[in-house]
Design a protein around this ligand. Structure first.
Ligand code: FE
Ligand code: FE
Ligand code: ZN
Length: 291
C-alpha cells in the first residue's frame, strides 16, 4: 500500500456534509483529509446525526482510507490560553468538550487545536492556562479516544506554541498522554524562524525537543513570507519562501511515513489547487503552471 499519506483541507457543507468531505478528498486523489465540523469562525454546529457520518465512514472504508489519516480541525475561536477573561476560557472549554464529543461520535480520533493567544498576560501564564483547560476537557471526555493535537504556530500577535520548546511544555503538562499530541505546520514553523530546508536538522530537532512519536499530523504549506516573519500567510506549494524541494523533502522524510500530510494552501482563481498539489508532492515534481 502507498505509504505516502497526503490530502488537503476539504469542505463540510450541505447537502452531504462529512460524506461530501470524503468525496471531495477522493476527487483530489487524496488518501488523507482534514475538515471542520462546522464553520471554523463561529460556534454554530449542526447535530452530528445530520452530518452523514456513517456514509462517510463507509466510503472511507471502500477506498481503503485509514481513520488515522482523517483529521478534524477545531474551530478558531477556542482560546484556552486567555487568562484575563474567565468567560472566554469557560466558553472555550465548553466548545472544546463539545468538539471532542462530536469527533468521537463521527468515528475519528485526531483533533487539531490552535494553542491560542495569551492576549497581554505573557506566554508563561497563557501556557499554564491552556494546560489547565486541556486537562479539564480531557477529564470531561474520558470515554472518548480523541487525541488533541497542538498545532505549532507562526507567532502572530500574542500566540503561544510558537517554539518547539513551548509546544513540548504544553504536551508535557497534559496528564493523559494518550489524549495529546502535536500537529506540525510547515508555514508556521518557517514563520516562527525554523529552517524547513534543513530537513535532517529539522527532524533531529523535532525528535530532541518534541519526540517524533508525539507528531500525529503535518500541515504542508508554503509561506508568503520569509523565515521568521511571524505572519501566518499560507502560499501554494513551491510558490513561496520555503519552496517545492524543501517541502517535498520534508513531507517524504521516512520519519513521517505514517503521518497524514494535509495541505491548507490558498485557492487559485477560486479553484481548489489540491489535486495538482497532491500529484506534484506525490511524484516529487514541481508543477510550475499552477499560477
Ligand atoms: Fe490550524
Ligand atoms: Fe495549519
Ligand atoms: Zn496558518
Amino acid at each position: 500500500m502507498d505509504k505516502f499519506y497526503i490530502g488537503s483541507h476539504v469542505d463540510n457543507k450541505a447537502p452531504d456534509f462529512v460524506l461530501g468531505s470524503v468525496k471531495e478528498a477522493l476527487s483530489y486523489g487524496a488518501n488523507a483529509l482534514m475538515f471542520y465540523t462546522g464553520a471554523p469562525q463561529n460556534s454554530f454546529r449542526r447535530p452530528v446525526s445530520e452530518l452523514k457520518g456513517k456514509e462517510a465512514l463507509e466510503l472511507l472504508k471502500e477506498n481503503n482510507i485509514l481513520l488515522s489519516n482523517v483529521v478534524v480541525h477545531a474551530p478558531y475561536f477556542i482560546n484556552l490560553a486567555n487568562v484575563t477573561k474567565p468567560e472566554i476560557f469557560e466558553f472555550s472549554l465548553k466548545a472544546l468538550i463539545d468538539e471532542i464529543n462530536r469527533v468521537a461520535a463521527l468515528g475519528y480520533f485526531k483533533l487539531v487545536l490552535h494553542p491560542g493567544s495569551h492576549v497581554k498576560a505573557g506566554a508563561e501564564l497563557g501556557i499554564e492556562q491552556l494546560i489547565k483547560g486541556l486537562n479539564l476537557a480531557i477529564a470531561a471526555t474520558k470515554e472518548c479516544k480523541v487525541r488533541i493535537l497542538i498545532e505549532t504556530m507562526a507567532g502572530k500577535g500574542s500566540e503561544i506554541g510558537i517554539t518547539l520548546e513551548q509546544v513540548h511544555q504544553i504536551i508535557s503538562g497534559v496528564e493523559d498522554k494518550d489524549r495529546i499530541g502535536v500537529c506540525l505546520d510547515t508555514c508556521h514553523l518557517s514563520d516562527a524562524g525554523y529552517d524547513i530546508n534543513d530537513t535532517e536538522g529539522m527532524v533531529k530537532m523535532l525528535d530532541e525537543i518534541i519526540g517524533l512519536a508525539n507528531i500525529y499530523a503535518i500541515h504542508i504549506n508554503d509561506s508568503k513570507n520569509p523565515r521568521g516573519a511571524h505572519k501566518d500567510r499560507h502560499e501554494n506549494i513551491g510558490y513561496g519562501f520555503i519552496g517545492f524541494e524543501a517541502l517535498s523533502r520534508f513531507a517524504h522524510h521516512e520519519a513521517f511515513n505514517d503521518i497524514p500530510k494535509i495541505l491548507e494552501t490558498p485557492y487559485i482563481n477560486e479553484k481548489a489547487p489540491y489535486k495538482d498539489e497532491i500529484a506534484a508532492l506525490r511524484c516529487n515534481i514541481f508543477n510550475s503552471s499552477l499560477k
